[in-house]
Design a protein. Structure first.
Length: 140
């Protein structure tokens, strides 16, 4: 019998909702024998006068919680866990570029995240549901 899911792309931003998404992805991955690919994309906004300090801090924080989330997945029995970090537009990079690159057959994400501006213009999870070529699980 073949597994339903082999590669699960989990969009995380360090929020409580993304921790719930990770928990759900871990359960599915263990049940299916799937790999988990944790992804965090930092939206690029122009910050007048910024010399790169905000960008470096965003990257530092992202790598810290990606490492923490990876350790959680491994300690809960997921054999294959990869982390992905990128600057850009989370909506298209998650559902189009990285879902294709990791051959995702499931994307798991939280219903809401930490980005207030994204909440105003439309959520990343909503966009992923509309554009992904694979199954999507939105966790509340």
């Amino acid at each position: 019998m073949s597994n339903t899911y082999k590669n699960i792309l989990v969009a995380v931003d360090g929020s409580e909702t993304s921790k719930k998404a990770l928990d759900k992805a871990i359960r599915i991955a263990k049940n299916e024998g799937a790999a988990i690919h944790l992804i965090h994309v930092v939206e690029q906004y122009p910050y007048p006068g910024d010399t790169g300090a905000l960008r470096r801090e965003a990257e530092r924080l992202a790598h810290a919680f990606l490492k923490e989330f990876k350790e959680i997945a491994i300690s809960n029995g997921v054999a294959q866990v990869e982390t992905i970090f990128e600057f850009g537009h989370p909506r298209s990079l998650i559902s189009k570029k990285h879902a294709r690159l990791v051959e995702a057959d499931l994307i798991v994400c939280g219903a809401t995240g930490t980005n207030f501006i994204q909440q105003l213009i439309g959520s990343v999870s909503e966009y992923i549901v509309r554009t992904a070529k694979c199954d999507v699980l939105v966790v509340r």
